[in-house]
Design a protein. Structure first.
Length: 225
């Protein structure tokens, strides 16, 4: 079943969230198609409930030229003993993201079904992870989906100070080296806003997404992983 288009977004009560559809079709095919249309699933964590597919009225993006790296983080990057890899431990990263503490939240949206589906999306070459290692121990990471030339970040975790932020810097260096000017971060958070992320209107986001897709960039060629 093809993904619904963002223009189908219902007015209320899901207008701000950009609710497009509610269903139980959390399949790899549907996820891949959804991201290519600027849509992503946002489950509430209860497997009894249908999955909301959303395209928010305002979308958060991180433009690499506008990034602001605090001095403390730049120093941590210079001095780090961590080793960074790409696509070497996707299942472990997404499980760690699901288990990460979320103060003020009742749980995680990364349900077992999400883990299964996104791992399959990864197997098909469209979901990717960045890992940080201390020796042979995985200590931080992030994952997301290639929306056809734009990386859509999903979640991150850390077990050491600055671990997830350093993974993000490793990712942005990787994307910039392949010509990508920005990434989709979906929702604006304080620590990403501090790095220079901002919100743009849905229509602008969808226009920019189509432009990047038309460029035909390969963000994760096999030799890069």
């Amino acid at each position: 079943m093809p993904s619904p288009k963002p223009v189908w977004a219902a007015p209320n009560p899901g207008e701000e969230l950009g609710l497009v559809a509610l269903d139980f079709e959390l399949t790899a095919e549907r996820v891949i198609s959804a991201y290519r249309h600027g849509i992503f699933p946002w489950p509430d964590g209860d497997p009894r409930h249908p999955v909301p597919w959303v395209c928010p009225r305002r979308r958060a993006i991180l433009e690499f030229e506008a990034m602001r790296i605090p001095r403390s983080l730049a120093k941590a990057r210079r001095q780090t003993k961590l080793r960074f890899t790409i696509n070497q431990a996707f299942p472990a990263v997404i499980r760690a993201c699901a288990a990460a503490p979320r103060p003020g939240q009742g749980g995680t949206w990364i349900t077992p079904a999400m883990i299964t589906t996104y791992t399959e999306v990864h197997r098909r070459g469209m979901a990717h992870s960045v890992e940080a290692w201390y020796g042979d121990t995985l200590v931080a990471g992030l994952y997301g989906v290639d929306a056809g030339g734009v990386f859509a970040g999903e979640s991150m975790f850390h077990r050491v100070d600055n671990g997830s932020k350093l993974c993000l810097l490793h990712l942005t260096d990787h994307l910039r080296a392949r010509g990508s000017p920005w990434m989709d971060i979906q929702q604006l958070t304080p620590h990403l806003e501090a790095l220079g992320a901002r919100e743009i209107p849905r229509a602008e986001f969808l226009h920019r997404l189509r432009e990047e897709q038309a460029a035909g960039r390969k963000l994760f060629p096999p030799e890069a992983t």
